[in-house]
Design a protein around this ligand. Structure first.
Ligand code: GDP
Length: 299
């Protein structure tokens, strides 16, 4: 999470930086809590979760009879870890045969890049990965995924633009079986403005997946761009209405002051953040770690 911390330092909006006043003030009063709430809002934690966090800190402070404001950062960090510790962050795999992961999200959030990063991550663990170009709506999406496939050295199953994405999934599953691949990472179209279309397309993909590879998809990963702040939270809500999201990839946490949106995504939507994207290169992906995240955002 170093890149995340560095990004926050650059933008000088790390909570600690903003809240230096707490520690110097000498006593804990309502002003301190107001400042804490403001700093949380500035980090894009969102209103409900900011209030919830401040309440948790107040309660812990009272219960533990804390009087030194220097202790508050630690209490806030604990409250954040608490908020982030609900849903299970483990990735799910098939017990035997290939694992299918669908990757969903609106265009531009970093979906293709995240697929490539995940492929690279699992290749390094010795898995054979196949990419499926399921965003058949945009020719550029198919090209971009193919380019990444070449760069990281894994096969890409693709059809032409406008083809049926469910047919791409069908072919990817047969390809995975015949080539003994362990993992299929499938891109999907991110047309959120047409919710009915998106829902139908994903339902059809699910139907083919369940039929051809029982128990799949094993993961439906939603990619959200941290830079969009509270918009990321609304996207999570809409995608949850359309598909059974099993985990989130939060991208572009490097160089944003808005990483705080991770907190309401987990606490309010009850979906695990499983991965964070910290740059444009294939290595810039890390499994999510609640404490490391809380430490980074508070540094
Ligand atoms: P898609 O339209 O959702 O498939 O988005 P892309 O994967 O094409 O990514 C859009 C842009 O965001 C590209 O310029 C990527 O290099 C960039 N990007 C993706 N993930 C990250 C990240 O974690 N950090 C940064 N800084 N840029 C990213």
């Amino acid at each position: 999470f170093d890149k995340f911390r560095k990004g926050l330092e650059k933008s000088r909006t790390g909570l600690w930086g903003r809240l230096g006043g707490w520690i110097q003030g000498g006593k804990i009063d309502d002003t301190v809590y107001d400042e804490m709430e403001e700093a949380l809002l500035a980090a894009d934690v969102g209103f409900d979760t900011a209030i919830w966090l401040v309440e948790q800190v107040r309660r812990a402070q009272r219960q533990n009879r804390v009087t030194d404001p220097k202790e508050l950062p630690r209490l806030l960090m604990d409250a954040m870890v608490d908020a982030l510790s609900g849903p299970d962050p483990q990735m799910h795999f098939a017990e035997s045969g290939p694992t299918l992961m669908l990757v969903v999200g609106v265009n531009g959030v970093g979906k293709t890049t995240s697929i490539a990063k995940l492929a690279h991550y699992y290749q390094q663990q010795g898995k054979k990965v196949i990419l499926a170009a399921g965003d058949t709506f945009r020719a550029a999406a198919i090209e971009q995924l193919t380019e990444w496939g070449g760069r990281i050295g894994c096969d890409v199953v693709r059809h032409s633009q406008g083809a049926d994405p469910a047919a791409v999934v069908f072919d990817a599953i047969s390809a995975a079986r015949s080539r003994n691949a362990d993992l299929i990472l499938c891109d999907t179209a991110g047309r959120l403005h047409n919710k009915a279309n998106l829902m139908n397309e994903l339902a059809k993909i699910h139907k083919v997946a369940e039929r051809e590879l029982p128990g799949s998809p094993h993961e439906v990963l939603l990619v959200l761009d941290a830079v969009t702040g509270q918009n990321a939270l609304s996207q999570a809500k809409v995608f949850q209405e359309v598909v059974n999201v099993s985990g989130i990839v939060v991208t572009k946490l490097d160089g944003t002051a808005k990483g705080g949106v991770v907190l309401p995504i987990v606490r309010e939507r009850q979906i695990a953040v499983k991965w964070v994207g910290l740059g444009e290169q294939m290595d810039d992906l890390e499994p999510f770690d609640a404490r490391a995240f809380a430490q980074a955002i508070c540094s």
